[in-house]
Design a protein around this ligand. Sequence first.
Ligand code: G6P
Length: 367
Amino acid sequence: AQVDKAGHKHFMAKEIAEQPRVIGEALRFYLSGEGDTIRLPGEGIDFTAIDRLSMVACGTAFYACMTAKYWFEQLAGLPVDVDIASEFRYREPPIPARTMALFVSQSGETADTLAALRYCEGKAARIVSVVNVAESSIARESDLALPIMAGAEIGVASTKAFTCQLTVLLLLALEAAHQRGRISQEELSDHLSALRSLPVALNAALDLSGKIKNAARKLSESTDVLFLGRGLMYPLALEGALKLKEISYIHAEAYASGELKHGPIALIDKTMPVVVMAPRDALFDKTVSNMQEVMARGGKVMLITDAEGEAEASDQTWQVLVMPRIDAVLTPILYALPAQLLAYHTAVAKGTDVDQPRNLAKSVTVE
Ligand code: G6P
């Protein structure tokens, strides 16, 4: 079927706006009728039969994997390796027995990811993929393919596929945690109930679009932007920087907040905005002190946080975006939206080709 922009100026805007709905669809696919159990298709996955997870992907899907590493390790106590497919496939990594290999790909056709999957054949205990295109090569060559239910994604810069990948990966991490006896049924139900109300929070994040548009107008005058985050917000900082550079061509990079003093702090001056993603969580105080280090050097901080974080942050911040408060485990999915909107509105302000950025392809099927 032909996909149109449904009244939006760009496919990217449409796909950003679709996220509450498609994530709702992914949840309906993976949750039982009562919503308190996770149902995987086919034979499912026995997480007690594996000791280790090896996740491989490219681009935005790689950042979804990086995020999932925090979830699998913290919730399920499962050691995780995360690799860029083009590195993994040529490094000849040993794959210990009882390793599950997990490939994440929107298109299911990325050449390096497919080659990495083939490398794992006959070595990994199980090959699982998380894909958007069910008939794709990666899906067909996996022992189990898990759909993300995002629907066709046309914009080259991935948006709804990313948050749907995160949703499915979080469900897998919760299922692993439950099977491995790390969380009780009650804790599982609590997380799932928070997940079921996520679309409401996502709509509230979309309502910030006007405010983000104003901030983006200022950002569009910069030549360099730094993104910072800790814990679950670190991979999201990387994704925020990737989105911005892909479509606005502004040089952007991301660091784990704790690494600021090991290099990037040398770049801080009043010309380089610093986007800090930090819900009020256990690591917030540490991030606040990093923000102060930036502001003490004249750096302009754009803080993306919740109301509690706003109350505790310094009033010297340049801009603050206040997000709804949700279960800490879910914050990467929610905070992806302001990161996407910031890139989108910055690109629109600069007049670049949002849906077809120069030099980039939606699906990289050649090396
Ligand atoms: C390209 C796209 C990115 C995507 C990456 C991986 O670079 O422009 O948006 O994240 O490929 O694609 P995949 O289909 O494997 O997720």
